[in-house]
Write a protein that binds this ligand. Structure first.
Ligand SMILES: [Zn+2]
Length: 299
């Protein structure tokens, strides 16, 4: 997952007002009814109406795993507006059937954050694999569940959430908590503490190291980035070097596939060229093996 630096809550509000002028007023009316009832119930406005705004802010990538969301047209059917804090009940994570077991508190169960159901600071666009299969109604925390009607800022103070929120100003930069060794996501902090646990749990929660579709994007990123850097160092043609330089810029920008992994790998090329070469060779082998495995067997 990465941070969307210019996706501040104020920016999101301005974008929603420009595209759907009545949305926030309708959301306020709806929220007042929900708060009066003390429980979530669905009605107008629809968060799907503003999904495309979040997809654009996120360069059409999932907020949590960076998997491509497939563009606005396809995304309308295949992607979700994710409620960061669940609007319905909160389930205990990890549940008993799932590993890994943590020896420390991860928050248990709770009632849903119904008052944030129509709050723009509680939304992000997410792929089905992250939202439906994994995020669901979970919201692991280190502290205690906050009180009804509290804002996200107030809740963060008492709850100390483990998952990182992608909107720029609302939380820490995910890259201060998660780094990459080649394609493998790791907590950026080694010593046990809240920062280490946030990284560890976010990686485990979204299965960032178990999903083959993410390995493939990371390996392709490593493969392409290494070649582009090599061109900037060895090619005598200044036009070729300039194009390679722009490719590096693109791959490590918010628009790049698996950009957090790309930025870690770019740093590694400088810091430890031999290790970077080893990852490059592994990436090439993975891509070649996968192509062979997928080739249709005829005859
Ligand atoms: Zn995802």
């Amino acid at each position: 997952m990465i941070r969307y630096a210019d996706a501040t809550v104020a920016n999101v509000c301005a974008l929603v007002d420009a595209e759907k002028p009545a949305w926030r007023t309708d959301a306020q009316t709806r929220t007042a009814a929900i708060v009066a009832a003390g429980a979530f119930s669905k009605g107008a406005p629809s968060w799907s109406d503003i999904k495309a705004i979040f997809m654009r802010l996120q360069s059409n990538k999932c907020a949590f795993c960076e998997f491509p969301l497939g563009g606005e047209f396809a995304g309308k059917a295949t992607q979700d507006v994710e409620h960061f804090r669940p609007k319905n009940e909160v389930k205990a994570w990890p549940n008993k059937a799932k590993k890994p077991p943590y020896t420390f508190n991860t928050g248990g169960t709770g009632s849903g954050y119904y008052w944030l159901a129509y709050d723009l600071s509680n939304y992000a666009a997410a792929c089905k694999a992250c939202n439906t299969a994994r995020k669901s109604n979970y919201f692991p925390i280190a502290g205690v569940r906050g009180a009804a009607a509290n804002t996200a800022v107030e809740l963060n103070a008492v709850e100390q959430p483990y998952l990182v929120f992608p909107l720029g100003e609302a939380d820490e930069d995910p890259e201060s908590l998660i780094t990459f060794a080649g394609l493998v996501a790791l907590p950026a902090h080694d010593a046990d503490g809240h920062a280490h646990r946030r990284g560890r749990i976010t990686i485990d929660f979204f299965a960032l190291n178990q999903r083959e579709e993410l390995w493939e994007d990371r390996f392709r990123t490593i493969y392409a980035l290494f070649d582009a850097v090599e061109i900037t160092k060895t090619n005598a043609n200044p036009n070729r070097v300039e194009i390679a330089r722009r490719r590096i810029e693109d791959m490590t920008s918010i628009a790049g596939a698996q950009a957090a992994c790309a930025r870690s790998f770019l740093r590694l090329i400088d810091a430890d060229p031999q290790k970077a070469w080893d990852y490059y060779v592994a990436a090439e082998e993975f891509i070649t093996d996968n192509r062979k495995k997928r080739a249709p067997k005829l005859g």
